[in-house]
Design a protein around this ligand. Structure first.
Ligand code: F6R
Length: 613
């Protein structure tokens, strides 16, 4: 949801801003803009549409001698995605600018008040009120003017402010939207909504917390409290990602690269956490004691989108092995429903970004009600990891494609690991069974590595007859039902084909009415404990002239009597199937979207990190 970058230092600012924005474009791509200070004037460039348009329009100023500036890539909330509404937004004098990520909830009343005071507005955005409010409060101290202004503001923001009258200085502030500072040894200070924008320059970062403000200038930085104005001590964190990890490395799309990185993502997530001699699972960052776990009698899993699908899979695993009741909630529902939560509940949030607004609000509510909170998260230092009692990092590396792939696989790996860990704490399965299951999890990385090229080649052929469909159904049973949901989500978000996921047994309660030759069905039918039931459901579809794609177990000859479109997958332990069967579902969506000429990495209307409600 919008990306912010800022720079103050000795480098030429335009390339730094554009490079940073490229790394943040996954956060929003409706419009983009930059501003820098040159000869005592602020110079602003803004463009509707993708960043490439802005880049082309600033070609001539690429080498300009300017060393302090801000940039923004937008995901529209208030006001259409036009140039007029693109950030940065200026005050009446044109000497002060603001870039903003978040929503100013009381912007309407502030706008009316400021208009009465004589301010003229040029956009429909909520952000513009900030520029005028700061102008109204400005005397000799820019930081204090920002602080005073923000005391009037309700809502969420990550903010960058600069003024031609305070050359070389940037002010940053955050409340409920992510913001991180970067510092290097050459006297430069950077600002960004997310770490990948900083990686080409530095791996030393300072995370801003809610209600904090930073003053950045050439070679210096200071953080203070937005509430009191007092200076704060901040820790410098070292990030172990590098810039190359956020590049395409020869792949056509980030999504494809990330699909192929999944074996490594699983390995990174499990490595050092399973002792294959003793069956012991070691998760020190969970940070909860045996006594804490003994007090827990229920688990709530809270997440959105793809991460919610990972949670749905985990319910099957946790109830089967850790023998504890599990509820799974979509975070935007969880946060507003009547929660029967107390200190006997463990709440686990699952999030790639660790910044999703609804999920964050959900764990805050659960904590208020007395629940311990663990977060399963990919982004080191993200807000959820800082607020939870304990963390289980997924170590998938930076995920840039807007459609989540390797983050999902590593969430599954982390949740399986957590299931084994909880089974160990609760003594619900013995060490040998844990060791065996741990071994199956580790081996899943190798299995995926081996099948990826073959599956991609087979899917490329198979989609000839399916890429131009208007609708699609995905069905699965048991632990693979959530994979049907995930397959349908992937297809709709990147190819714009209408797709639905169903529990196979539910089909006859309504959706089977949709079946005809124009409604292909992808069915997940491994030889597992519900195999016969799944096959019966597929036969019901066949009897109604449905076109079927089957994902099934190698050696299952019976499938050939049902359809010609079969992708065979290796026989693995049945609880590992969701990890393996996700791969063809992802590749099917990818190949269809690529064949249809869709913008795979940046699908329309979406943004990767959903930091607004
Ligand atoms: C779909 C997708 C989204 C995210 C959802 C939650 O491919 O990526 O559905 O899974 O927005 O995001 P995180 O995991 O960052 O909380």
């Amino acid at each position: 949801m919008c990306g912010i970058v800022g720079y103050a230092g000795k480098r030429r600012v335009v390339p730094v801003l554009l490079e940073g924005l490229k790394k943040l474009e996954y956060r929003g791509y409706d419009s983009a803009g930059i501003v820098y200070l040159k000869d005592d004037e602020l110079v602003t460039h803004r463009c509707e549409g993708k960043l490439s348009r802005l880049e082309a329009s600033v070609e001539e100023v690429f080498g300009v001698q300017a060393h302090c500036g801000l940039g923004h890539t937008r995901w529209a909330t208030h006001g259409a995605p036009t140039e007029q509404n693109a950030h940065p937004h200026t005050d009446c004098s044109g000497r002060l600018v603001v870039v903003h990520n978040g929503i100013i909830e009381n912007y309407h009343s502030l706008r009316e008040e400021l208009k009465e005071l004589g301010h003229t507005f040029t956009s429909e955005t909520d952000t513009e009120v900030l520029a005028h409010l700061i102008e109204e409060n400005l005397d000799t101290d820019l930081a204090q003017a920002v602080r005073r202004s923000l005391q009037r503001v309700e809502g969420s923001y990550a903010l960058g402010v600069m003024s031609a009258d305070f050359p070389g200085t940037l002010i940053a502030a955050r409340s409920h939207s992510p913001l991180v500072m970067g510092i290097d040894d050459q006297g430069s200070s950077y600002l960004a909504s997310d770490i990948p924008a900083l990686l080409p320059y530095t791996n030393k970062v300072v995370f801003l917390e809610d209600e904090e403000m930073a003053i950045l200038s050439d070679g210096a930085w200071q953080v203070c409290s937005l509430t009191t104005g007092d200076s704060l001590e901040k820790e410098i964190s070292i990030i172990d990602w590098n810039a190359a990890m956020a590049e395409k490395a020869g792949y056509k799309h980030f999504m494809l690269k990330e699909i192929f990185e999944q074996p490594q993502a699983i390995t990174n997530t499990v490595s050092g956490r399973i002792n294959l001699e003793t069956g012991e699972i070691v998760l020190p960052e969970i940070n909860l004691t045996i006594k804490d776990f003994a007090a827990i009698d229920r688990i709530f899993l809270v997440a959105c989108g793809t991460s919610w699908h990972a949670a749905l899979v985990a319910k099957y695993w946790l109830e089967k092995y850790a023998k504890i009741p599990v509820e799974v909630d979509i975070a935007s529902e969880f946060r507003y429903r009547n929660l029967l939560i107390d200190e006997k509940v463990l709440t686990i949030s699952i999030s790639q970004s660790g910044e999703t607004a609804d999920t964050l609000a959900g764990i805050r509510r659960a904590a208020q009600l007395g629940s311990k909170v663990i977060t399963i998260c990919n982004v080191v230092g993200s807000t959820m990891t800082r607020e939870a009692d304990g963390t289980l990092y997924t170590h998938a590396g930076p995920e840039i494609g807007v459609a989540s792939t390797k983050a999902f696989i590593s969430q599954l790996a982390a949740l399986f690991l957590f299931t084994l860990y909880l089974s160990q704490v609760r003594k619900s399965i013995d060490a040998e069974q844990r060791r065996e299951l741990g071994q199956h999890l580790i081996e899943s990385a190798q299995t995926i590595e081996q099948i990826l090229p073959r599956i991609q080649a087979e899917i490329r052929v198979l989609i000839d007859s399916f890429y131009d469909c208007r609708d699609f159904l995905f069905i699965g049973r048991g632990v693979n039902f959530p994979i049907a949901l995930e397959g349908a989500l992937k297809l709709k978000e990147i190819s714009y084909i209408h797709a639905e996921g169903y529990a196979a047994g539910e089909l006859k309660h309504g959706p089977i009415a949709l079946i005809d030759k124009d409604m292909p069905v992808l069915a997940i039918t491994p030889q597992d404990s519900v195999y016969q039931k799944s096959i019966s459901n597929v036969e019901e579809i066949k009897a109604r002239q449905g076109r079927i794609i089957l994902l099934g177990s190698e050696g299952d000859e019976h499938l050939k009597s049902i359809t010609d479109h079969i992708i065979y997958l290796p026989l693995v332990h049945e609880d590992i199937n969701p990890i393996i069967y996700t791969i063809p579902a992802q590749l099917l969506s990818y190949e269809i979207a690529a064949r249809r000429g869709c913008d795979v990495d940046q699908p329309r209307n979406l943004a990767k990190s959903v930091t607004v409600e």
